[in-house]
Design a protein around this ligand. Structure first.
Ligand SMILES: *Cc1c(COP(=O)(O)O)cnc(C)c1O
Length: 378
């Protein structure tokens, strides 16, 4: 069976985890946590990077730091993972869903302005598949209406918009290091921001509402409870695993692009024959080969093809069921304007196996199975 995903493994992970244990400090903000955050600050030109226990938690932190009041509204695509919405729902916000661009599956920035009301506080663009949203336009709208921008860059680590790393453009960026993402620590994430004013409240929030981070830096001589907080700091053992991946970031990126490019070239004839559609990457985006998806005619075709691939030993999977159609989506949100593409496109999309340790011969087998699919050869 060719898996859809396997967590990245580059070889040094166990050495680094052992090193973390030998340091004798397994809690957060240890040696590897520091190394990982410093690496990201430098590589992504990000002023502040706080490692977290997940991207969901980074989003929760961002939602908290946006200082939302119950009833405030947050604009996002409906085609996203539940966490994008959950983080804001936890703060009592109402979610306003906006339609997507069919080519990128990203929020359609031209439909955002119509969704704005006097209660709108935040826009939360999601960089689907590591392909950037139209950030200049989104930032301009945010500026015009005095809104905050929280980038869900869970899939966008080491991907860029006009040369800027995703996650560093809005007020907050949220990364995921879940095992399904390009760089992993099992479960984990990061909160990224540029403004110094957020550093102290973010650290306090992450450290159970205490000023323990200041204490560790020697800025105060004992730490106390200073505000509301939670526990969003990952263990240094997890950070040690992540460090192994970050050190090899270039190789991981190269390998993923090789798989992506292979699929893209191999399946081109099916696109030319009109059986499938392939992903489109706008000129302004440098993507990170987080995902390779194709779109087929409709839901029925997809169900049949996924079944066929499974019989051939290939695990290909569909993706999000639009949030506005889910029970919680109806309870906590509403769709602004017309759902022209969100539902229709989500039903046609399927993702092919894509992970660092996938062998090229297996990628070739996956592509060949699709090329040989009888319904595409009539
Ligand atoms: C993976 C993912 C998340 C959640 O990340 P976790 O680290 O598992 O919490 C959130 N948003 C998007 C778009 C994702 O792909």
């Amino acid at each position: 069976m060719i898996d859809f995903n396997r967590p990245p493994f580059v070889g040094k992970e166990l050495d680094y985890i052992k090193e973390a244990i030998d340091y004798g400090k397994l809690c957060g903000d240890g040696e590897f946590t520091k190394r990982c955050s410093a690496w990201m600050r430098e590589k992504f030109q990000a002023k502040h990077v706080l490692l977290t226990t997940s991207c969901t938690h980074a989003l929760e932190m961002a939602a908290y730091l946006c200082d939302l009041q119950p009833g405030d509204e947050v604009i996002m695509p409906s085609y996203t993972f539940v966490s994008t919405a959950d983080a804001f729902v936890l703060r009592g916000a109402k979610i306003v869903f906006v339609d997507i661009h069919p080519e990128t599956m990203n929020i359609d920035e031209t439909k955002i302005e119509d969704a704005i009301t006097e209660k709108t506080r935040v826009i939360a663009p999601v960089h689907y598949a590591g392909v950037s949203c139209a950030m200049d336009e989104i930032m301009a709208i945010a500026k015009k209406y005095n809104l905050k921008v929280v980038e869900d860059a869970a899939q966008g680590v080491n991907a860029y918009y006009k040369g800027k790393a995703l996650g560093t453009i809005g007020d907050f960026g949220c990364y995921s290091f879940h095992e399904t993402k390009n760089y992993s620590m099992g479960e984990g994430g990061a909160l990224v921001f540029q403004k110094d004013e957020y550093q102290e409240p973010a650290e306090i929030l992450r450290e159970k509402g205490t000023d323990r981070s200041k204490f560790f830096r020697g800025q105060v001589d004992k730490y106390t409870w200073v505000n509301y907080g939670s526990s969003y700091l990952p263990s240094d053992m997890n950070a040690a695993y992540l460090w192994a991946e970050l050190e090899m970031a270039e190789e991981i990126d190269k390998k993923r692009h090789a798989i992506y490019d292979y699929y893209d070239a191999a399946l081109k004839p099916l696109a030319q024959a009109g059986y499938i559609e392939q992903p489109v990457v706008p000129d302004y985006a440098k993507h990170n080969a987080h995902m390779y998806f194709i779109k087929v005619k409709d839901l029925e075709t997809r169900t049949a093809l996924l079944k066929y691939l499974r019989e051939k030993g290939v695990l290909s999977v569909f993706h999000y069921i639009p949030l506005h159609s889910a029970a919680a989506g109806k309870k906590f949100g509403r769709f602004s304007g017309e759902d022209v593409y969100t539902t229709r496109e989500s039903e046609r999309l399927m993702r092919l196996p894509m992970f660092y340790n996938l062998e090229m011969k297996d990628a070739a087998y996956v592509a060949q199975c699709i090329l040989d699919y009888p319904a595409f050869n009539r």
